[in-house]
Design a protein around this ligand. Structure first.
Ligand SMILES: *Cc1c(COP(=O)(O)O)cnc(C)c1O
Length: 397
């Protein structure tokens, strides 16, 4: 179907929840995708920080093919090997002792919110249910997770919100201290705010949060849905930030493109969930888990993580160099291959210009260009992006 016809049908049959770019992507390979007309694009969006190993990584494709021939689904009424193996591998390589699987980021945060409430409820009674979250955060679009999200535009028109959330500025420890009470069950934050404009949490702030939460038996929950799975240079961002959370959520990169989410926790906290308290029909489905296990095995082998780290440094350096030369660039922030470039102008036209040059990038909170390529991105591919940006932005001064 020609792109224009597809666009018209999409407008007609899909609810208008996205403002889509008018290209139709038909296949992908590594860090590139191809549209219906055969045009090639360098992919610095990667399905919004999802395709950490690039498109169609052979190990992931093989794992999916093999599992599809064997068993697609049976529900959680029975044991399946891919789910248990994936949980074990995640536990072996994180602070956590137990995993709950679901199908998306929002669902992973739903699980974390429910787990925190139940843990506190069982231990301290029904009045202790509040969760402190950050302004400019993003935790999802379900009622509980949009209530957790500290952005008006996500909440507007959906009131009444779920009660029990308190919002404070990001990277502001005294602000958290000021709102913690006997009713506080948890503090929830992203180690690097992604959708909110790429803001990195300071190490001292996280250390302070960790100490504060430990003193009060308040759970520290990291939403690593965007920062996890090697995105920031280590398997999970917390590893390089010097603190361990009590609960962590994953999704996006976890399945390498197959929908899957996870909520990880220490034994003590995870014990709050017992049979009948939380569930998901598809959660931990063998197909999704087989794909995620393949992704994790590639990352644990080490070379891709190392590549991601090097390319993250290289990209950051190149973007900072643009900032030094171009007054239109207000700031450059990020960790690993989650990088943001804040402009003094709206970024939409830059995204469009990049598209015309065969490069997919994304813009968040109007003025922040976000770069989240696959970890296998090559240096010459980053050079292409930097050249294009340099060229375009110098014309706009
Ligand atoms: C994308 C994202 C979510 C929501 O994930 P969905 O799979 O879209 O529900 C939650 N938290 C963070 C940090 C995210 O980046």
């Amino acid at each position: 179907m020609p792109t224009e016809e597809l666009r018209q049908d999409a407008e007609r049959y899909l609810m208008h929840t996205y403002a889509r770019t008018p290209i139709s992507i038909v296949r992908g390979r590594g860090s590139r995708v191809y549209d219906l007309e055969g045009r090639e694009y360098l992919d610095f969006v990667a399905g919004i920080a999802v395709n950490v190993l690039g498109h169609c990584h052979p190990d992931v494709v093989a794992a999916i093919q093999k599992q599809a021939q064997q068993l697609l689904h049976t529900s959680n009424l029975y044991y399946t090997e891919p789910q248990v193996q994936l949980a074990r591998t995640l536990v072996d390589h994180s602070f956590a002792h137990k995993v709950f699987f679901c199908n998306s980021g929002a669902e992973a945060n739903e699980a974390a919110i429910k787990l925190a409430r139940r843990y506190s409820h069982l231990k301290y009674g029904p009045d202790r249910y509040e969760i402190v979250t950050m302004r400019q955060s993003f935790h999802g679009r379900t009622m509980a997770t949009l209530s957790a999200t500290g952005q008006d535009k996500v909440q507007k028109g959906f009131e009444p919100l779920l009660p029990g959330f308190t919002y404070v500025p990001f990277n502001d420890l005294p602000a958290v201290e000021a709102v913690l009470t006997d009713r506080t069950a948890a503090v929830l934050l992203e180690p690097v705010q992604g959708e909110g404009g790429v803001h990195v949490a300071d190490r001292a702030y996280l250390k302070g949060l960790r100490d504060l939460c430990r003193q009060r038996d308040v759970l520290l929950i990291f939403d690593e849905i965007q920062t996890g799975m090697g995105r920031t240079g280590t398997l999970f961002a917390y590893e390089q930030l010097g603190v361990e959370p009590d609960v962590m959520t994953l999704a996006k990169g976890l399945g390498g493109g197959v929908p899957i989410g996870a909520c990880l926790a220490t034994d003590d906290v995870a014990a709050a969930f017992t049979p009948g308290t939380h569930a998901s029909t598809f959660g931990g489905n063998p197909l999704a888990c087989a794909a995620a296990l393949a992704v994790l095995q590639v990352l644990l082998e080490g070379r891709v993580l190392e590549q991601g780290r090097r390319m993250g440094d290289y990209l950051a350096k190149g973007l900072l160099d643009c900032k030094d030369r171009l007054p239109i660039v207000k700031d450059v922030r990020g960790l690993g291959l989650l990088q943001g470039m804040e402009l003094t102008i709206d970024g939409k036209s830059v995204v469009t210009d990049c598209l015309a040059r065969g490069i997919l990038i994304n813009c968040t909170v109007d003025r922040v260009l976000r770069f989240v390529p696959p970890l296998i991105i090559a240096q010459r591919e980053i050079d292409r992006l930097l050249d294009a940006l340099s060229n375009m932005l110098s014309k706009r001064v």
